[in-house]
Design a protein around this ligand. Structure first.
Ligand code: FPP
Length: 237
């Protein structure tokens, strides 16, 4: 493997923050900010395909987001449905495969149905894997994995001393997916917000003040360049 092949992250995870602020600055309803945010989603998928990024994981709705107003939650759910419905043919054209992680059973049935249909329809696509984190919380995910392993122990199928990192990883929603190499957060906050805490152990972080609806090619290239300039040592010298 040449040095250059390490410079493009194989997996980018993004905390898409700042839709609300983008809208407030323009005296628009928050939902308009989210709507503009979906346009950025498409732009970033295209940029990832162009740069041969294989995996893109987007924090579209956190477990904590259920605490927002009913109106905003409804707006986000209908945007999600609309996005998946309107963009399926484009995803097929672009050879993009869709996945979803999180407590999907918490989502309204109509959303779940369309998510499952999209996952099924795109399952043979291979240009990029787009993972939507929906009703996702990292602590909840790890607790769920621990429960799964505990049940196997209780059933006598597993010895506690045999539990290792690989086994726990295999019980996460992200089982079978590579860990993110680069984590991008927009709108300047220096927080992880319960996102992929296990999986980003060795990821490089890039925080930009740009609000998510404004995140464009220049911001994307800046993030990739920032990543390429880092020396990843994975705790070694
Ligand atoms: C954070 O902005 C963003 C969200 C809570 C949701 C992200 C959702 C989208 C980009 C649209 C739906 C996604 C898909 C894939 C169709 P915020 O509301 O927290 O912004 P603020 O911090 O400025 O208030």
């Amino acid at each position: 493997m040449s040095d250059d092949s390490n410079k493009i992250p194989r997996h980018i995870a993004i905390i898409m923050d700042g839709n609300g602020r983008w809208a407030s600055k323009r005296l628009l309803p928050r939902a308009v900010g989210h709507e503009r945010g979906t346009k950025t989603v498409q732009r970033v998928i295209d940029l990832c395909i162009e740069h041969k990024v294989e995996w893109l994981t987007l924090y579209a709705f956190s477990t904590e987001n259920w605490g927002r107003s009913e109106k905003e939650v409804k707006a986000l759910m209908s945007l999600l449905k609309k996005y998946l419905r309107d963009r399926l043919s484009e995803m097929m054209e672009k050879n993009a495969r869709m996945h979803a992680i999180g407590e999907l059973h918490m989502l309204p049935e109509e959303c779940r149905d369309i998510i499952n249909e999209t996952i099924e329809a795109t399952k043979h696509n291979s240009a990029i894997n787009v993972v939507l984190a929906l009703s996702y919380g990292s602590r909840q995910e790890i607790a769920h994995a621990a429960r799964q392993l505990a049940m196997q122990v209780a059933a006598g199928e597993l010895k506690p001393e045999d539990i290792d990192e690989t086994m726990l990883s295999q019980q996460l929603y992200t089982a079978g997916m590579p860990d993110p190499d680069l984590l991008i957060r927009t709108s300047g906050e220096m927080r992880l917000s319960n996102y992929l805490l296990w999986q980003i152990s060795y990821a490089e972080m890039h925080v930009t003040p740009t609000l998510w609806p404004d995140f464009g090619r220049e911001d994307f290239v800046a993030a990739i360049n920032d990543y390429a300039s880092r020396k990843r040592r994975f705790g070694k010298r």
